[in-house]
Write a protein that binds this ligand. Structure first.
Ligand code: BGC
Length: 370
């Protein structure tokens, strides 16, 4: 965001807050000290990006439940994929005296100004799943190991194609990355690209569309806006129609998450092929797990959002209790190294879907089609 825009945004928001600031001094908030606000309870605002994707609903509900379990007052809001709405929701949370705000940003850079406002109003800011970029106003970050997610997708393609056993191909692979506004998307792509790059270099893997970023920094060139399923589908339909409608086999598709994987499955189905390429994914959404069981999608990377919610709630509890949260990683957000907690994702396909997802209670056997 341009600096002046940011300043105007903050000034405007501060003006909105002035009447409240007059009756409640920031020192009574207790980000740092953990003191409760006027209601006598610690209050936590949760800002989730949208409800289209199952995961954010589950994240929001779990986080709320975990925090309420500790006796905190919780406000949960979804921003419908709109960055302005998310910023004003965060501003309102700060305005109403939140001691902590947990933010899963739509656009990690756009959220910076609202995070700054929340901090200046006395709240501690925790970035959830997605980092808040280019600001000092983020205290902690809780997520899954981002590069591991991409690595698992890349390794799955390599294993399934038998490249380690020396299969020479050449195999046709199409690559997509996540939303250009989401900092996570870069790391997912990086993890996958590290694994796939040597095979592209040696010519064992090829991409008929030529849509292969020249360097890591160029990852946005294959980004799908907002991780949108329909946009992913349209992109794959274009590539299929232009490069694979003459019988050329498409061996694998690097789809960065389950929404885009489902778009890819749809594109392949509408091409009327008698096979599905290897299709990766991420999130273990119900429809995708069913598609894996049916042999349409090949794998997903499962991130147990129950664990992320629990870990984040515990982090807040530690801060409230004046303890140091159990974090050992750091992530740079362009301004500073943010103390981070990275959980481990799990690679899931047909062979372990029941064990990992159904037996652990993440989804029901009926939803998985098992
Ligand atoms: C999350 C993924 C999710 C994607 C789209 C990413 O930041 O880490 O789990 O699929 O956003 O919502």
């Amino acid at each position: 965001m341009k600096k002046w825009k940011k300043i105007i945004g903050i000034a405007g928001a501060l003006a909105m807050l002035l009447p409240f600031a007059a009756c409640e001094a920031p020192s009574t908030r207790g980000g740092a000290s953990g003191a409760a606000n006027k209601s006598g309870k610690i209050s936590v605002g949760i800002s989730m990006p949208e409800q289209q994707l199952e995961r954010w609903q589950i994240d929001g509900e779990n986080l709320k439940k975990e925090l309420e379990h500790f006796g905190y007052k919780v406000t949960l809001q979804y921003a419908d994929g709109k960055t302005d709405l998310q910023s004003s929701q965060i501003q309102n949370m700060a305005n109403q005296g939140a001691n902590y705000v947990v933010i899963a940003s739509i656009d990690g850079t756009a959220t910076g100004a609202a995070a700054e406002l929340a901090e200046s109003n006395g709240a501690k800011v925790i970035a959830y799943d997605r980092l808040i970029m280019n600001t000092d106003a983020v205290d902690y970050y809780a997520t899954f190991s981002l590069t591991d997610v991409g690595r698992m997708q890349g390794e799955y393609i390599v294993d399934k194609l038998g490249l380690k056993e020396g299969k020479k191909g050449p195999f046709n692979v199409e690559l997509m990355s996540g939303s250009p506004t989401d900092n996570n998307a870069r790391y997912y792509y990086e993890g996958a690209w590290k694994v796939l790059e040597p095979y592209f270099k040696s010519g064992v893997l090829k991409s008929k569309s030529g849509k292969v970023p020249k360097s890591l920094d160029d990852w946005k060139s294959i980004g799908i806006d907002n991780w949108d399923r329909q946009k992913g589908q349209a992109e794959m339909e274009n590539r299929i129609n232009s490069f694979y409608n003459d019988g050329t086999k498409l061996d694998a598709v690097l789809a960065p998450n389950d929404a885009i994987a489902l778009g890819t499955v749809n594109a392949v189905e509408s091409a009327g092929w008698n096979y599905f390429p290897i299709i990766t994914g991420q999130d273990a959404e119900k429809a995708n797990v069913a598609a894996i069981v049916q042999g349409k999608q090949t794998m997903t990377v499962y991130k147990d959002t129950r664990k992320l919610a629990k870990a984040t709630a515990k982090m807040i509890k530690d801060l409230v209790d004046g303890k140091k949260p159990n974090t050992k990683d750091v992530f740079n957000n362009g301004n500073k190294d943010v103390t981070s907690m990275l959980l481990s994702p799990v690679s899931v396909d047909k062979t372990n879907a029941k064990k990992e997802l159904v037996d652990s209670g993440y989804i029901s056997a009926a939803d998985a089609g098992l």
